[in-house]
Design a protein around this ligand. Structure first.
Ligand code: SF4
Length: 287
C-alpha cells in the first residue's frame, strides 16, 4: 500500500497562528501553521486508568474513532466543512494544499495525541514530502508514546520542531502513585527527540494547585537534557485556561503563584530557557 492510500482518524484541519510556546527554542509561537488535529488520546482513553487532563480543550479529539472530521473551507474563512473518517492521506494532502498561504511557516501535527496513530502520522509526513508540500513539521505531543528506534529515525527525517507536554499533578491525568513515572516517560521522550536533533521544548500547564516541589523536581531533571550544542531544553510555563467559571474560580492561577513557579524553575533553568506561554489564539478568537 502506498502512503497516500493509508488512512486514519482526524478531528480537524485548519489554518491559524500558533498561539502557544512563548520564546524558547523549538517554539513556533506567532507563526502561521496548518493544524492537523488527529483524533484519539491514549491518556483520555484510560492508559493511566483515568480519563485525561481535566482542562483538556480538545475533548472532541479525545476519542479515536470519531465518525467525522472538520476542515476549513479556505484559509482564514473559519468556515468548517464536514467529512467522513477514516480519511485517506491523499485527501488530507488536498485539503492542506488548499490551505497554503504565503505566510505559512510549518504544519502542526496535534491532537488528541498524534502519536496514538504513529504509523498514520509517519505515512502522512512521508506523503507530504513526496507531494512537494515541503514545510517544516511541528509535533505537539503528550510524550507518553515512545517511538522505537526505526520510527524515531523516520520522525527525525520529517519533524523539525516538537512541543512535549509535561503533565503537572493538578492535570489529574494520572493517579498520584503513577505521576512520577508519567513525567519520567515524558522526559525520556524529550531526551530521545533531542538526540535526533529535533528542536524540542517542554510545556507545563500550571494551575492554582501546582506544587512548587514538583516544579523544582521537573526543572532539575529538564536541566540535565541538553541539545547537540549543549544548550538545555526550554520550559514554557502556561497558565491554565478554562471555560467554566466554577473551574476558573478553583484552578486559575494568581500572579503571586505564577511568579513563584518561575523563580522555582529558574533555580535550575537559565532565564533564556524559560518562557511564559499563553493561548494567544483564544484571546484573538482564532481557530
Ligand atoms: S493529553 Fe492532550 S488530548 Fe489528551 S486529555 Fe490531555 S490535553 Fe487532552
Amino acid at each position: 500500500m502506498f502512503e497516500k492510500d493509508s488512512e486514519g482518524y482526524l478531528s480537524e484541519v485548519f489554518s491559524s497562528i500558533q498561539g502557544e510556546g512563548g520564546t524558547v527554542r523549538g517554539s513556533c509561537f506567532g507563526k502561521r501553521q496548518i493544524f492537523v488535529r488527529f483524533s484519539g488520546c491514549n491518556l483520555a482513553e484510560g492508559a493511566l486508568g483515568l480519563t485525561g487532563c481535566f482542562w483538556c480543550d480538545s475533548q472532541r479529539a479525545q476519542k479515536l474513532k470519531a465518525r467525522k472530521f472538520e476542515y476549513e473551507e479556505s484559509p482564514g474563512s473559519q468556515k468548517l466543512l464536514n467529512s467522513e473518517n477514516p480519511v485517506k492521506i491523499a485527501d488530507i494532502i488536498e485539503i492542506i494544499k488548499r490551505l497554503i498561504t504565503p505566510d505559512l511557516h510549518s504544519i502542526s501535527f496535534t491532537g488528541g495525541e498524534p502519536l496514538y496513530q504513529l504509523d498514520f502520522a509517519l505515512d502522512l509526513s512521508k506523503a507530504l514530502k513526496k507531494a512537494r508540500v515541503k514545510y517544516p513539521l511541528y509535533l505537539e505531543t503528550n510524550g507518553t508514546i515512545i517511538p522505537i528506534e526505526s520510527q524515531m529515525k523516520e520522525l527525525a527525517k520529517h519533524f523539525q520542531y516538537c512541543c512535549c507536554d509535561i503533565k503537572d499533578t493538578s492535570s489529574k491525568v494520572a493517579p498520584p502513585d503513577r505521576w512520577k513515572n508519567l513525567v519520567l516517560t515524558e522526559l525520556d521522550f524529550i531526551r530521545n527527540m533531542v538526540k535526533f536533533d529535533i528542536e524540542t521544548f517542554a510545556k507545563l500547564v500550571v494551575t492554582s494547585q501546582t506544587q512548587l516541589q514538583n516544579v523544582r523536581w521537573i526543572s532539575k531533571k529538564l536541566s540535565k537534557i541538553a541539545c547537540y550544542d549543549g544548550q538545555v531544553v526550554g520550559l514554557a510555563i502556561q497558565p491554565v485556561t478554562l471555560k467554566s467559571k466554577e473551574l476558573m474560580d478553583e484552578y486559575s492561577i494568581s500572579t503571586t503563584h505564577l511568579n513563584k513557579i518561575f523563580y522555582t524553575a529558574a533555580e535550575f533553568l537559565p532565564p533564556e530557557n524559560l518562557t511564559l506561554s499563553i493561548q494567544a489564539h483564544k484571546y484573538l478568537k482564532l481557530l
